[in-house]
Design a protein around this ligand. Structure first.
Ligand code: GUN
Length: 290
């Protein structure tokens, strides 16, 4: 079994981004974050993304809204960010409160600034395999991990478990696209005999959002396992009262695998690194457009 070190690979990506950012001076790539409410996981993700932006020489701004913000007020802010030429990327941290329709909010972001890749144009361009499509950061991180770990994907059967807009659907599109060339199955909560489907996989991408959902009986020996899950489970021995586990039962599954990502330290840092890369791409394209 080989452990795929997401921290180390994310550092490689960030070092490359930092070099390209330096070349843009005096222009500074700027990513604008929008957070609604105080979901503890969202607070921690956005803080991490802001810190990383600073480390690679980018500007990060943050607008906070209360849980009760109206769609109109939020849209007015997004329209202002869309119109602001000094802003290159816009990211609205999900999840959003129930009264804000997530896809409608994501679609309000200008396609040129959609560094999260959740808008209709970004998803469409990804599926059309057009160059320069913004791929959602977590799926892009999954594919980058596979590529930089030297894992062969051509002709392999990838089973993506989970069909979310944020991970499952775009992950499937990326794995299917030229360059990865996988045979792709998307399994989800309504899949009949899910263990049997997952057992077919050469590559498992676990993005269900349920702690330790993928158990050893679902894994073909020699499979590559990418664990996208970030779940907080109660742990009285920790100061915080919780610890983070993935969607894969790591202890039972890892001995079976050719390679596996740990949680934490696998996909998580790659998501942040790919956001920086997308923001840099957005900035470079804005300069090219003039
Ligand atoms: N919530 C969980 N993952 C993500 C992500 O990659 N982007 C945004 N905007 N929200 C998320």
């Amino acid at each position: 079994m080989r452990l795929i070190d997401g921290n180390a690979i994310a550092q490689q990506v960030l070092a490359e981004v930092k070099e390209r950012v330096a070349k843009l001076a005096p222009i500074v790539p700027h990513v604008a974050f929008v957070r609604v409410g105080d979901n503890p996981a969202s607070v921690s993700y956005v803080t991490k993304k802001q810190k990383t932006a600073a480390e690679v020489g980018m500007k990060a701004s943050l607008q906070l809204f209360p849980e009760t913000v109206s769609k109109e007020e939020l849209f007015a802010h997004l329209d202002a960010l869309n119109a602001d030429a000094s802003v290159h990327g816009i990211l609205i941290q999900a999840p959003l409160p129930k009264h804000l329709p997530e896809t409608e909010v994501f679609n309000r972001v200008s396609p040129d600034k959609d560094v999260d890749g959740f808008g209709t144009q970004s998803i469409g361009r990804l599926v059309q395999e057009l160059p320069g499509a913004f791929a959602a950061c977590t799926p892009a991180g999954v594919v980058e991990l596979l590529r930089r770990s030297g894992i062969e994907t051509t002709g392999k059967h990838a089973v993506v478990v989970g069909r979310s807009l944020i991970v499952g659907k775009p992950a499937a599109a990326l794995l299917l696209a030229k360059g990865c060339d996988c045979t792709v199955t998307i399994a989800h909560s309504r899949t009949k005999d899910l263990p049997a489907v997952v057992r077919l996989a050469d590559i498992i991408v676990a993005a269900i959002g349920k702690p330790r959902f993928i158990t050893a009986d679902m894994v073909k020996p020699g499979a590559v396992v990418i664990d996208v899950g970030i779940n907080r489970v109660p742990d009285a021995t920790k100061k915080t009262g919780y610890r983070i586990v993935g969607d894969v039962d790591f202890d039972a599954v890892s001995p079976l695998c050719e390679a596996i990502t740990p949680v934490p330290g696998g996909v998580g840092p790659m998501t942040v690194a790919m956001l920086m890369k997308n923001t840099l791409d957005a900035c470079e394209r804005a300069q090219a457009r003039g």
